[in-house]
Ligand binder design. Structure first.
Ligand SMILES: *Cc1c(COP(=O)(O)O)cnc(C)c1O
Length: 361
């Protein structure tokens, strides 16, 4: 079987440094808010080209605390509307809802799967205060137009970079996830907020520590959301190789794009700013294709089969959206192929050949 993402094989490449880094923390006797986290925060801020980075417990927490912090800072208030892509992973949307803010779902561009900037002005109201842009599947969203639109309309631009570690963020604040399956994956949960805004960063750090900056003095109703020392040490071992691994992903993606020939399949469009977190193809016979590939020994996954507005968690309420034909069509057609830096030549060729040979009546 060609696995979708063999984490054991992927992490084996970092040995013995990975185990050594963990062992060092074990022996240090210091497990939270210490040197390892501080080091990684510095390294990751620099990697992102941002002034500050705050380690948190997950990507969802990173997003949730960005919105919570903007509320405390007076830049957002209950009931404000936040434009977000309708076809993203539900965590992006949950972070908005959890803060008593209202997600306004935007249709994606059918060729990039990211927010279509052309749709933005029709979603604008006096209550609209921010855009949450997602670099879905690792592909950079429409940076120029998003920045322009945000500036012209005095909106915050918040980025969900959970799938795009390796592309420089450019908004007011960016959330990252270090979930094990992400391009920069920890050995458990982890996340970070990167921003040039020192006030925001300090506040998020405080919020993640029960709203306390000084021990036992609590200024806010906070969270317990911190990147722990073991995960930070793991990430410091993995970060130096991220660019190289993203480059490898790009090489494999280009091979898929150039060598998969099948008129029933839509391939992703190449673009320079893409971490290729996922290689997502489309087919009208998606389910048949997935079954066919499984029978050929190739594991695939659907990202995502049910968009947020159709999930029971929302029941269609507490969201603002119109008709979402592109989002719903994509949910029925998308299929993610195995793609990671540890793929063998044989695996790559097997995937290409199998898809080229997929015919339906
Ligand atoms: C993974 C992911 C998240 C959530 O990150 P966690 O670390 O799993 O909480 C949010 N948004 C997107 C787009 C993601 O892919």
């Amino acid at each position: 079987m060609i696995p979708f993402l063999p984490l054991k094989r992927i992490n084996a490449e970092f040995e013995p440094q990975l185990s050594e880094a963990i062992f060092k923390v074990v022996k240090s006797g210091w497990y939270l808010r210490g040197k390892e986290t501080e080091n990684f925060e510095k390294e990751f801020a620099e990697f992102c080209g941002m002034k500050n980075c705050v380690g948190v417990a997950s990507g969802l927490d990173a997003l949730t605390m960005i919105f919570a912090a903007y509320k405390i800072l007076g830049k957002l208030t209950d009931g404000d509307r936040i434009i977000a892509p309708a076809n993203t992973y539900i965590a992006s949307i949950m972070a908005i809802s959890k803060n008593n803010l209202i997600p306004v779902l935007a249709e994606p561009d059918e060729s990039t799967y990211n927010i279509d900037a052309k749709n933005l002005s029709s979603l604008l109201t006096p209550k609209t205060k921010a855009i949450l842009s997602v670099n879905l599947y690792g592909r950079e969203a429409d940076k120029e137009n998003l920045l322009k639109f945000a500036r012209e309309n005095n909106l915050l631009l918040i980025e969900d970079c959970a799938q795009s570690a390796g592309i420089k963020p450019y908004g007011d604040a960016a959330a990252f996830s270090f979930y094990p399956g992400k391009n920069l994956g920890a050995l458990g949960d982890g996340g970070a907020v990167a921003s040039d805004d020192g006030e925001l960063s300090n506040l998020i750090k405080t919020l993640g520590n029960y709203g306390s900056e000084k021990k036992y003095i609590n200024d806010y109703l906070g969270f317990n959301s911190r990147l722990d020392e073991i995960q930070a040490a793991v990430l410091s071992v993995k970060l130096p190789l991220l660019n190289e691994h993203n480059k490898k992903r790009n090489e494999i993606a280009m091979r898929y794009i150039n060598e998969i020939k099948n008129s029933n399949i839509v391939l992703p469009k190449p673009c320079t700013q893409n971490t290729w977190h996922l290689f997502v193809i489309r087919s009208k016979q998606r389910d048949a294709l997935q079954k066919y590939l499984f029978e050929k020994g190739i594991e695939t996954i659907i990202h995502y089969p049910v968009p947020p507005h159709l999930q029971k968690a929302y029941n269609g309420s507490n969201l603002i959206y119109g008709k979402l034909p592109i989002t719903e069509k994509l949910a029925n057609e998308v299929l993610s192929l195995p793609l990671h830096q540890a793929m063998s030549e044989e695996e790559i060729e097997t995937v290409i050949k199998a898809i080229c040979c997929f015919y339906t009546l």
